[in-house]
Ligand binder design. Structure first.
Ligand SMILES: Cc1ncc(COP(=O)(O)O)c(C=O)c1O
Length: 427
């Protein structure tokens, strides 16, 4: 953590002036008098995203059915068109990426493709802190194979309820384990797992491993050419700013090209034979073979625009600012909020933290409601976590300072006590 942080607005303003990424903010739809700290849940819309969506709409309007053939098949091969922009974020080859589905459906695709239990190797390692949908998908494949959860699932426990120990994950890698599915960054605490150590250990033991990058893609640079996971999945609506329900993505390592796709569809067919309308699936041997149906053009188009700033600024610069801002936020929490019963649920070490800070408090729910009335949009997760994401493309030092200042006022004047305790769904 940077030791030069200073508690005061002057420092924040000065840092914003020096920020080489500050111009990107003007490309986002920032509301006046609002500080949007929820980009870890749903990223903001932008001029870039709108332009790309408008362009796709115009293509449909002007071309009708011929949209599929226009611009050298750009829309027909839309997964690949977008994969070209995503590949630098994870440092993979373009043909290792399929842009499709949602995280949930892509985990189903990955498991149905890779999980081939036999009498000796059949266990699946997951963790008790993962997002529920990942676990539902794993339980589905177990049921579809006619197996029992108790026999198959190995759930890594957390010692502190916030983080996972890489040692514990590695210790669970017995000879009976066939596959591992873990999050790269934990959705609640923001812990960044040592993916390299865990992936290497899995491979040493002959285990397939896949990562859910929901909370790291666009926030943390990945180097898949060095990491070489077997597969990965991600969504595009959080840090990638692709819009609500934007089409997700999936990575499959080159070494698995040609593995028979679990859930087949006609867009996974080779281009050359797709329109032969043969009932025998002629699988595209790259990640394209994982594709299923017709690309969801309007759930994908905004991504073509929203990915531009990532490739202009570069993931290293974005990560540097993100770490500085989360570090600054934790510094301010220590300085300004320590009297009010808060705890920081995120790792302090830069190499163990993703793009958000987990602020814990018994009254987190009512505090998060009060924050909204102060123009700060946080994110609340039961039972006690406020997640705050200073997204480097559109949040600055002054914003971060104002967020903590608002929380301090809410606590000092006990403003949160004026809110009802009854839960309404807070998204
Ligand atoms: C780790 C993780 N996986 C999956 C999801 C959601 O999956 P989907 O994109 O299918 O809705 C989330 C949503 O926040 C998540 O945090």
């Amino acid at each position: 953590m940077n030791s030069d942080y200073t508690n005061g607005m002057g420092y924040a303003k000065n840092m914003d002036e020096q920020d080489v990424l500050r111009s990107y903010k003007s490309r986002f739809d920032i509301k006046e008098n609002q500080i949007y700290m929820d980009g870890n849940s749903l990223g903001l819309s932008s001029i870039d995203a709108k332009e790309a969506l408008d362009e796709a709409y115009e293509a449909w309007k002007n071309e009708g059915i011929q949209i599929w053939g226009t611009e050298n098949g750009k829309y027909f091969k839309y997964s690949q068109t977008i994969a070209e922009q995503i590949a630098p974020l994870i440092h993979s080859d373009v043909d290792e990426i399929a842009v499709m589905g949602s995280i949930t459906t892509n985990i189903h695709q990955a498991l149905s493709t890779f999980y081939k239990p036999d009498a000796s190797r059949y266990k699946i390692i997951v963790d008790e802190l993962n997002f529920p949908t990942d676990i539902y998908a794993v339980k589905s494949i177990i049921a579809l194979k006619g197996m029992n959860e108790e026999d198959v699932l190995v759930k890594i426990k957390s010692e502190d309820g916030r983080t996972l120990s890489e040692d514990a994950i590695i210790a669970a890698m017995s000879e009976e384990v066939a596959l591992i599915l873990l999050p790269s960054v934990l959705y609640r605490s923001s812990q960044l797992i040592d993916m390299k150590r865990v992936t290497d250990a899995a491979h040493d033991k002959g285990i397939l491993i896949g990562w859910d990058l929901a909370h790291s893609i666009g926030a943390v640079p990945h180097d898949f050419k060095s990491l070489e996971p077997d597969f990965a999945v991600w969504c595009s609506y959080k840090y990638l700013n692709g819009g609500p329900g934007a089409t997700a993505g999936m990575y499959i390592n080159k070494k698995h090209f040609g593995i028979s796709t679990g859930l087949k569809g006609w867009f996974g067919n080779k281009d050359s034979s797709q329109f032969a309308m043969d009932h025998n699936f002629d699988q595209d041997l790259t990640a394209g073979g994982l594709l299923q149906g017709t690309p969801n053009i309007f759930s994908m188009a905004p991504l073509l625009g929203s990915l531009k700033p990532f490739n202009e600024a570069g993931m290293q610069a974005l990560r540097k600012k993100s770490l500085e801002l989360t570090g600054y936020m934790m510094f301010l929490i220590d300085e300004r909020l320590s009297a009010y019963g808060f705890a920081i649920g995120s790792p302090r070490e830069d190499d163990r933290r993703g793009g958000h800070v987990a602020l814990e408090h018994d009254e987190a729910y009512r505090i998060s409601l009060a924050m909204r009335d102060f123009g700060v949009i946080p994110d609340y997760r039961e039972p006690n976590v406020i997640r705050l994401a200073p997204v480097p493309l559109y949040i600055g030092y002054e914003d971060t300072y104002r967020v903590i200042e608002s929380i301090e006022r809410i606590m000092k004047e006990k403003i949160y006590e004026t809110y009802a305790l009854d839960r309404v769904t807070v998204l």
